[in-house]
Design a protein around this ligand. Structure first.
Ligand SMILES: Nc1ncnc2c1ncn2[C@@H]1O[C@H](COP(=O)(O)OP(=O)(O)OP(=O)(O)O)[C@@H](O)[C@H]1O
Ligand SMILES: [Mg+2]
Length: 388
């Protein structure tokens, strides 16, 4: 199928072709450009009627950086990505690639590599033909196309499947073809919207590492969308956490996990229970009156304690100086790789404590029984208090 047929096909809009090729499916040859390009968004907003899908978002993505947009469903991740791609125009704000203002530039002139949740591959073409497509549109010489396609297929470990039709591939293999097609023309910016959500857990985890590896080799500035916090922590140089059309916090995985700016971020990342606490001279007070020592200054306003399942300590694990938290055990659950203990705080919510299981199931032998009361531990450094 040639470009003209593609454009005539009702199933493939001009935008779809642009997404597949990173360029207008037009006669003019767009040369592949080397080197990555930073993205700078300032005050981007987008409304649908009265609803603010994106609300005054500013974000800088460094050249060559892997940045992930993370947030719950409806938080505006795809809207922001679509504005960067050019599928959606903002009502306000400015978007730059490097020093160029691209706010109003049509999608087919942005030269982006894109991967979406649905692979949007051409099913009747072979793997190699799919990957070659963006280069053919650019009218690269046949020999260069062959060489480049072979190299990129090697990168995504599909070197042996170039002649296979896409309709004869597994989901994970199709996703790799989509990846190969997105990077084959050396785009300076790659955008991915939940590209792994259709895959099962094992394949998803393998692909996370592969995409990261591919990014290191290609070096394109990458904006990646997911609502899976583990995926974001695994893959990103930085994570922008979104909620209700805004970026709530942007930082390295460690900053986001260890120093969340508020209860939303703390609750969204990690296995966290948020507990209302009151400020006290030396720390914070639980509803039952227990004092917990903290390190560092308390934030102003209403406070929440963010209890992480792996940071809570069993009574026999507590070092001197650890805070002690009285709880009543409700359940001990065997989950293969770990044990999960669910316990109620005095007058407060149910909290989780997780312990990895090394070796045999022996760990559960020493675990308490439902109904028992215990003093769990929490070191002052792990006593994370955030604004509500
Ligand atoms: N074309 C549209 N018309 C009306 N509302 C829209 C439109 N596109 C998006 N929205 C709304 O804007 C909000 C943000 O949508 P968006 O697709 O950006 O969310 P998301 O963070 O990508 O969510 P998900 O994780 O479910 O994909 C949602 O409430 C959505 O319903
Ligand atoms: Mg989305």
């Amino acid at each position: 199928m040639n470009t003209a047929t593609l454009r005539a096909s009702p199933a493939l809009s001009g935008d779809a072709v642009a997404a597949a090729t990173g360029t207008a499916a037009a006669p003019a040859a767009v040369p592949a450009r080397a080197g990555s390009l930073g993205i700078s968004a300032t005050g981007l907003s987008r409304r649908y009627g009265d609803f603010r899908a994106l609300d005054d978002v500013s974000l800088d993505v460094g050249a060559g950086e892997f940045l992930t947009l993370l947030g719950p469903s409806g938080s505006g991740k795809t809207t922001l990505l679509n504005i960067i791609a050019g599928f959606v125009l903002p009502d306000a704000g400015q978007l730059r690639f490097g020093t160029d203002d691209v706010t109003l530039l049509p999608v087919n002139q942005r030269g982006l590599g894109m991967v979406f949740q649905s692979y949007a591959l051409f099913p009747h073409m072979t793997v190699a033909e799919n990957v070659a497509f963006p280069l053919k549109v650019r009218r690269e010489p046949a020999a260069a196309i062959r060489e480049r396609v072979a190299r990129v297929l090697e990168l995504v470990q599909l070197g042996h499947l170039g002649a296979r039709r896409v309709s004869e591939l597994s989901g994970g293999q199709r996703q790799r073809v989509a990846l190969a097609r997105a990077v084959v023309f050396s785009p300076r910016i790659v955008l991915m919207d939940e590209p792994l959500s259709a895959l099962d857990k094992n394949l998803r985890e393998a692909m996370q590492v592969e995409i990261r590896h591919l990014h290191e080799q290609i070096g394109a500035t990458t904006v990646y969308v997911t609502h899976d916090q583990r995926e974001a922590l695994t893959m990103s140089d930085r994570i922008a956490v979104m909620n209700q059309g805004r970026i709530v916090q942007c930082g390295t995985p460690e900053e986001i996990y260890e120093r969340p700016v508020n209860a939303f971020v703390a609750g969204f990342i990690g296995e966290t229970t948020l507990v209302t606490v009151a400020p006290a001279p030396d720390g914070v007070l639980l509803a039952g009156g227990t004092l917990l020592h903290t390190t560092g200054e308390l934030p102003a306003g209403e406070l929440r304690l963010a209890l992480r399942a792996e940071r809570l300590l069993m009574p026999d694990e507590c070092p001197a100086g650890a805070n002690r938290i009285p709880v009543t055990v409700r359940d001990v659950i065997y989950q293969g790789d770990s044990l999960l203990l669910l316990a109620d705080l005095e007058g407060g919510p149910r909290v989780s404590l997780r312990r990895p299981l090394r070796g045999s199931r022996a760990g559960s032998g020493g675990m308490p029984r439902p109904g028992e009361t215990l003093m769990l531990g929490l070191e002052p450094e792990a006593t994370l208090v955030v604004p509500a």
